[in-house]
Design a protein around this ligand. Structure first.
Ligand code: PHE
Length: 342
């Protein structure tokens, strides 16, 4: 075939191909197909060897022109497409800097956490140290060492989740008292917050709840020291005008044992719905550490005395924030929780 004819054919082929190209990337790829080593133009160049010498200069000129034309044709196409692509990218990625930002929802501390921190802060200010015991406890620490051996009727006070014969979910943070006293010589001043478990479930009871345990062991401590510390504590948490009252009670690990009440911080003691008309709100259990418990931990009860106090944290949160169902504290409903944002 005539070389001019062939060139024309290639040019037409290129024009047809170019029409179909939609992206600068494809333009570049196809260009290489025509101009690359195995492309048609290159193979024409290779055929020069078979052309009679007198025709070579002319043919070389024509092929070089074709080569150059092809290159320019594709470069033009590529740069045109690049301009369009860039404009499209700018349009797609356009941001309106005057638009209000997307506010990431921020969390709030859980009311139980808020109250726990407040309680801990008060006691840390009085020189207490924190001790955290295990939630899975031996029967010994949860009961026996707390003067509540097997078959002791006081075991019925707390419906226990047993995991095995001697393994249970602790029913009280009092188990921590033993762990501390076994390992530390008096003076002892510890605070033990944590989750406890009881098979109990209604509007004011949950199978899992939190307690805060306080234990002080030293020489010459009496019930008056306990009451003095409780007075100071309730004033800090509920307000200066709040008073405490100790009522006789029973716990196997304290002797004497008391129930600690505070004068109602809602009505000031006159009687209202919060205190059910009594003027008093029950705060927790307390007492002087039973001699048998001290002795069992290797502490001489003739030399040392101690007092302990335990309260339910959710109960305090419910009173403090006017929450009427303990379940609200465990459901994780953000409509409830966001009300506690500081
Ligand atoms: N552990 C007791 C309870 O859960 C409370 C308590 C703690 C009583 C410390 C006396 C001393 O009911």
């Amino acid at each position: 075939m005539d070389i001019k004819e062939k060139i024309k054919q290639i040019e037409e082929q290129i024009e047809n191909t170019v029409k179909e190209i939609k992206s600068s990337r494809t333009a570049q790829e196809i260009k290489m197909k025509f101009l690359g080593k195995s492309g048609e133009i290159s193979s024409l160049m290779k055929n020069m060897r078979d052309v009679p010498p007198e025709e070579r200069p002319n043919m070389g000129k024509l092929l070089n022109a074709l080569r150059q034309w092809t290159e320019e044709r594709f470069d033009k196409l590529e740069s045109g497409l690049k301009t369009i692509e860039l404009a499209k990218r700018y349009a797609d990625e356009k941001i309106d800097v005057t638009m209000p930002g997307q506010v990431a929802p921020d969390g709030a501390y859980h009311p139980t956490t808020l109250v726990t921190r407040e309680l801990i802060d008060i006691f840390l200010g009085m020189g207490f140290e924190i001790f955290e015991g295990p939630e899975i406890e031996n029967d010994y620490y949860n009961f026996t060492a707390l003067n509540t051996p097997k078959d002791h009727p006081a075991r019925d006070m707390q419906d226990t989740f047993y995991l095995a014969e001697n393994l249970l979910l602790r029913t009280q943070t009092s188990s921590g008292q033993i762990r501390v006293m076994e390992n530390k010589k008096p003076p002892i001043k510890i605070l033990s917050p944590g989750k406890v478990y009881r098979s109990d479930d209604d509007a004011t009871h949950s199978p899992m709840f939190s307690q805060l345990e306080m234990l002080v062991v030293d020489k010459g401590l009496t019930l008056c020291d306990l009451q003095g510390m409780l007075d100071e504590f309730v004033k800090k948490i509920f307000g200066r005008e709040v008073k405490t009252r100790l009522r006789p009670s029973y716990f196997p690990f304290t002797e004497p044992s008391v129930e600690v009440d505070v004068s109602c911080f809602e009505c000031g003691g006159k009687g209202c719905r919060l205190c059910k008309g009594t003027g008093w709100i029950e705060l927790g259990g307390a007492g002087m550490v039973n001699r048998r418990v001290l002795a069992g931990c290797g502490i001489d009860p003739d030399e040392y005395t101690g007092f302990a106090f335990g309260l339910g944290i959710e109960r305090i949160a419910m009173f403090k924030y006017g929450i009427n169902n303990i379940k609200l504290l465990y459901e994780g409903d953000t409509r409830f929780l966001k009300q506690f944002k500081g």
